[in-house]
Design a protein around this ligand. Structure first.
Ligand code: 5AD
Length: 347
C-alpha cells in the first residue's frame, strides 16, 4: 500500500481502482505514513504557515431542500435569521482586528441577498479593507450573477460538488438539483476568474469507496484552488436524522490524499471535523490541512446556523481568542500567517 502512496506523491494521480484499494485497506500504520508524506508536501509550498479565514454566516434562509442539511426549507422548526449589512461590516471589523485578511460570506440560498444587495455588500467591504480577500459561499447562481460578484471585487468562491456521482447526488438532493448543474456552476466560476473551492462530505448517506474515488477523479480533473471536506453529521430535523455520522479517520485520510494529489491546494481543517472531536482541528493540520476558518458570526445568529447537530459553538468562541488559536496552531508545529493567503503555484 505504501507504494501507492509514493506513486500518488510522485505522479499526483492514481486510477479509480488504485484509490479504492488504498482507501479500503487503510490501517493506522498506513495512515501515519500518508499523513507524514502530506506534511512534507504541504511544507514545500506553504512551509509552516496556516491561513485564517473569518467565516460570516449571513443567513439561514434557504430555498433548497437538501436531505442532509438542517437549514433546508422544509425544516419549519428552526428560527430563521439574516444579518444586516451593518452587522456584516461589524464582523469584518472584529476579524480585521484579530488579523484576518480573508472574509468568507456564507449562507443558505436566500432570495433576500439578491445580486444588487450582494454587490453593494462586497463593494463596501472591499472599500474598507482593500488588503483583504472576499470569499463567497452562496450556492448556485447564474453566470451573470457570478460575474457581477467578481466585478464587484469578490476573489474566491466555495461551492462543494457534494458528490461527483450523479445517482448518488440524486440520493442526497431533490430532483431540481443535479450534479451536472453543480459542475456547470463550478466551471462558470473558474472561467470568470475566481479562485474556486469545491468539496464533499465524508460518510454521507449512500456514499461508497467507489463514489469517493470518483470525487477524487473529478477534483483532479477540475484542479480547484481550495477544497472543503468534513464528516457528514446528521441533523435531527432532516430525512437523514438517523444516518450514521462520517468518521474522523476517513476524513483525515481523504484530507491527506487530497494534499498529495494537489500540493498547492488550500485545505481547511473544517468546523465539522472539530465538531466530532475537539482535537479534530489539530489532527487536520497534521494530515495536510493549511487553513482554519474561525466563526465570526454573532453568537445568537450562529446558534441558528445549524446545518447539523452538535456543531461547535461555544468552543469555537475560544478561537476568537487570539491566544488560544495561536496555541492550537503552534502546538501542532505550525504558525499563523496574517496575510490574504492566496494559493501558491508550483514553480
Ligand atoms: N453534515 C456535514 N456537512 C454538511 N453540510 C451541509 N449539511 C451537512 C451535514 N449534515 C455541508 C455541505 C455544504 C456545506 C456548507 O456544509 O457539504 O456544502
Amino acid at each position: 500500500m505504501k507504494e501507492l502512496i509514493d506513486k500518488l506523491e510522485k505522479e499526483k494521480k492514481l486510477s479509480k481502482e488504485e484509490f479504492i484499494t488504498l482507501i479500503d485497506n487503510r490501517t493506522e500504520d498506513l495512515s501515519e505514513y500518508l499523513f507524514e508524506r502530506a506534511r512534507v508536501v504541504r511544507e514545500i509550498l506553504y512551509g509552516k504557515d496556516v491561513y485564517l479565514r473569518g467565516l460570516i454566516e449571513l443567513s439561514n434562509y434557504c430555498k433548497n431542500d437538501c436531505y442532509y442539511c438542517g437549514i433546508r426549507k422544509s425544516n419549519l422548526k428552526i428560527e430563521r435569521y439574516r444579518l444586516t449589512k451593518e452587522q456584516i461590516l461589524e464582523c469584518c471589523d472584529i476579524g480585521y482586528t484579530l488579523g484576518y485578511r480573508t472574509f468568507v460570506l456564507q449562507g443558505g440560498e436566500d432570495r433576500y441577498f439578491s445580486q444588487g444587495v450582494m454587490v453593494d455588500i462586497i463593494q463596501s467591504i472591499k472599500q474598507k479593507y482593500s488588503d483583504c480577500a472576499i470569499t463567497l459561499s452562496l450556492g448556485e447562481k447564474s453566470y451573470n450573477t457570478y460575474l457581477a460578484y467578481y466585478e464587484a471585487g469578490a476573489d474566491r468562491y466555495l461551492l462543494r460538488h457534494e458528490t461527483a456521482n450523479s445517482y448518488h447526488y440524486s440520493q442526497l438532493h431533490p430532483e431540481r438539483l443535479t450534479a451536472e448543474k453543480r459542475k456547470k456552476c463550478l466551471s462558470d466560476l473558474k472561467k470568470i476568474g475566481f479562485q474556486v473551492g469545491t468539496g464533499f462530505m465524508v460518510g454521507s448517506p449512500f456514499q461508497t469507496t467507489e463514489t469517493l474515488a470518483e470525487d477524487l477523479a473529478y477534483i483532479y480533473e477540475f484542479q480547484p484552488h481550495m477544497i472543503g471536506i468534513g464528516p457528514f453529521m446528521s441533523h435531527h430535523q432532516t430525512p437523514f436524522a438517523d444516518a450514521k455520522n462520517g468518521s474522523m479517520d476517513l476524513t483525515l485520510f481523504m484530507l491527506a490524499l487530497l494534499r498529495l494529489m494537489l500540493p498547492h491546494v488550500l485545505l481547511p481543517t473544517t468546523t465539522a471535523l472539530s465538531s466530532i472531536d475537539p482535537a479534530g482541528r489539530a489532527k487536520g493540520l497534521l494530515a495536510g490541512a493549511n487553513v482554519i476558518m474561525p466563526n465570526l458570526t454573532p453568537s445568537d445568529a450562529r446558534n441558528k446556523y445549524s446545518i447539523y447537530d452538535n456543531k461547535i459553538t461555544i468552543s469555537d468562541d475560544a478561537l476568537l481568542n487570539k491566544q488560544s488559536l495561536e496555541d492550537l496552531v503552534n502546538e501542532a508545529g505550525y504558525r499563523i500567517a496574517s496575510v490574504r493567503g492566496d494559493a501558491r503555484v508550483m514553480k
